[in-house]
Design a protein around this ligand. Sequence first.
Ligand SMILES: [Ca+2]
Ligand SMILES: [Ca+2]
Length: 100
Amino acid sequence: MFNITESKTFNEALEMSFKKIDKDKSGQVNSRELSSGLNFIYAQLGKRLPGKLATPPTAAQVEESFRKFDRDSNGELDYEEYKGFMVHWFKDLFKRSLHV
Ligand SMILES: [Ca+2]
Ligand SMILES: [Ca+2]
């Protein structure tokens, strides 16, 4: 089965998005950076996906997942933690998109 999260395109997009979202170039992403980054991503996706999926998550939803994936609890996601977050997030998004 084709697995989007292991594809080259996905991983390249992931790396690019990490650099884009990490606004202060600290090499880590905090929840505020992540939240505004997701808003941006959803705005882009919204142009291609049905309206239901295009609604960006609330800051509280992002915060909840953020805490789960911040494995060392330092309040920031390094690239590996970020990857875990995004893989989880987009798997869920794709799963839901099958039901539209
Ligand atoms: Ca940062
Ligand atoms: Ca961390």
